[in-house]
Design a protein around this ligand. Structure first.
Ligand SMILES: Cc1ncc(C[n+]2csc(CCOP(=O)(O)OP(=O)(O)O)c2C)c(N)n1
Ligand SMILES: [Mg+2]
Length: 552
């Protein structure tokens, strides 16, 4: 067999079931022969973003996204999406074609490993077919273990055509670690003795599959939970101990607890300072549980570090708590938990917040207020059987605080670098991960331009999704920062009938100008997705909002 067949056979053995791609790459033909389904996207970025969503959903079950494209323009155009996956710590396998082993060092050819070294967890080139089992073992081991991230293996055409006589390959393993018991016990006692502790849960909780354990611990110790943006859906936002998720916008209880808490227990989060999150106020006692030692004391000083898997860490904390609470010496802790008024306190701040926002959420203005769109989606979607995502820009800032994610993976919160256009391919990947889900992305009209044509991919591949375009005819906020460019040249505005464009790609397009019609459109979209296996685009004429849920 040649190198491509060898790689395809290894992928099959490792459990890959489909591959996002953009031709040409002979691996596409090789995987098809092995029964791995190739899905061709309209451009490289879309394929990677779909593989990204698949990994976010499936990594805790040992399944990962996969993408292949050609060298030259393919590998070069893939850069943005791999950079986003790296920033968001998403494990996916990237297998681009290479220009030829002898050409890599000849300028201006594009060397994969050299150019991708800063945005991949691991990268290498196949320069000899006999190295394929070793290189694939290294690549997939990196995919499964430690801090997640994209992994790249470039396949040079000249060597991939060579024959391998005897392919030997053993399945790779995933290994997880646990923090040491003394530090864990110290951390737990610190939380139990704190005045106003809070749990800060990141996407590591989702990756570890530890959402049930998070809820169990939070209930046992009566400590409320904030999730990060990538961690949104790791904790039921309808739960009485939920404070909400944190982007640069967040529900009011997030701001209140972050300000007033004395002990923060961050778990499954890198605690990287970002424009798309809230900074940790100073003067807090910080317990940091992460599987990546490099995150300890990175941007904030860690007071107790717990290195290990989030789910296993919760399990140890739960067991420790049970033994502590049964000790008669700890009766004070028992009484404190029993008498805690935490749920009432949260309820009160949530109600204040909702009272303040209710007129905006129920606004009847035309063109439609974006918050009204979110309100209607919240009320007309089955939260348990749907997956929703935002796009970059104001749609993210508006949706994040107000969309209620109640079950794990019912929302993809994303964006350390925030590439416009992620939403459509993310939902294609989410639908591939779980076809029983109604998958809906909400994006602005500028975002549509970045990936809109992948609606055709979803139609062609029969992976139906629903896209809501918040069509305000401009780039929200950017127009305010460009007064002269706007007045003289209309620099941040754009127009389009996106429902018509969707129709042209074989999807169903729905146009909405009246807020009363949004609920029915969502119900109809779901029926079309499931009964006709067709994608739907709902183009909603909105107006720009400059009001955000920020209480800094
Ligand atoms: C690839 C990329 N380029 C530029 C940006 C910067 N950016 C973020 S939001 C935005 C405008 C978004 O406008 P739109 O999608 O119409 O949403 P709106 O805010 O108008 O609702 C821009 C240019 C980005 N996030 N990604
Ligand atoms: Mg816009």
């Amino acid at each position: 067999m040649n190198g491509y067949t060898a790689v395809a056979k290894i992928l099959k053995k490792e459990g890959f079931e489909w591959m996002a791609c953009f031709p040409a790459n002979p691996l596409i033909e090789a995987v098809a022969k092995e029964g791995i389904r190739p899905i061709t996207f309209r451009q490289e970025r879309g394929g990677i973003m779909a593989a990204d969503a698949y990994s976010r959903h499936m990594a805790s079950k040992g399944k990962y996204g996969l993408f292949a494209c050609q060298g030259g323009p393919g590998i070069e155009n893939a850069f943005g999406a791999i950079a986003q996956a790296y920033a968001d710590s998403v494990p996916l396998l990237f297998l681009p074609d290479g220009p030829g082993s002898y050409k890599s060092s000849v300028k201006p050819n594009f060397s994969g490993p050299q150019n991708y070294q800063h945005i991949t967890k691991w990268s290498a080139s196949i320069t000899n077919v006999n190295e394929i089992p070793d290189l694939m073992r290294r690549a997939i081991t990196a995919l499964k273990n430690g801090r997640p991230g994209p992994v790249m293996l470039e396949m040079h055409r000249d060597v991939m055509a060579d024959e391998i006589k005897d392919l030997q390959y053993e399945l790779t393993q995933k290994y997880i670690s646990v923090p040491n018991i003394n530090d864990t016990r110290k951390a737990l006692l610190k939380i139990l003795h704190a005045k106003k502790p809070v749990i800060w849960a990141g996407q590591g909780v989702l990756y570890s599959g530890g959402t049930k354990e998070l809820q169990q611990l939070s209930e046992l110790i009566q400590v409320p939970v904030i999730t990060t943006m990538p961690g949104k859906s790791a904790f039921n936002e309808d739960h009485t101990l939920s404070l909400g998720s944190s982007n640069r916008t967040a529900p009011k209880p997030v701001w209140t607890w972050l300000k007033e808490s004395d002990v923060i227990f961050a778990i499954g989060a890198s605690l990287t300072v970002t424009n798309y999150g809230i900074d940790m106020p100073s003067g807090k006692f910080l317990i940091h549980s992460t599987n990546n030692v490099d995150d300890i004391s990175k941007e904030y000083k860690t007071d107790i570090g717990l290195i290990g898997d989030a789910k296993e860490t919760f399990k140890i904390l739960i067991d420790e708590f049970k033994s502590i609470i049964d000790d008669p010496n700890n009766i004070k802790i028992k009484t404190k938990i029993k008498n805690s008024s935490i749920k009432e306190d949260i309820k009160q701040v949530k109600e204040e917040w909702m009272d303040e926002w209710e007129p905006t959420l129920k606004s009847k203005i035309i063109p439609i207020n974006t918050y009204r769109v979110i309100y209607e989606i919240n009320n007309h979607i089955d939260h348990e059987t749907s997956v929703v995502t935002h796009d970059a820009g104001h749609p993210r800032d508006e949706i994040m605080p107000f969309y209620t994610a109640s079950v794990p993976h019912s929302y993809i919160g994303w964006g350390k670098t925030t590439h416009l256009g992620y939403g459509i391919p993310l939902m294609i990947g989410a639908k591939m991960a779980d076809p029983s889900k109604f998958c809906m992305n909400i994006m602005g009209d500028a975002a549509f331009g970045m990936s809109g044509l992948d609606i055709e991919t979803s139609v062609r591949a029969k992976v139906p999704i629903t896209t809501v375009v918040l069509n305000n005819g401009t780039m929200g906020g950017y127009n305010h920062s460009l007064p002269h460019a706007m007045e003289k040249y209309d620099a941040a505005n754009m127009t389009g009938d996106y429902a018509k464009i969707a129709e042209g790609m074989g999807a169903i397009g729905i146009r909405i100008e009246n807020p009363e019609e949004i609920g029915d459109a969502i119900k109809r979209a779901k029926e079309i997705n499931f009964n006709e296996l067709r994608s739907v685009l709902i183009d909603i004429k909105t107006q720009q909002q400059m009001e955000f849920s920020i209480y800094s």
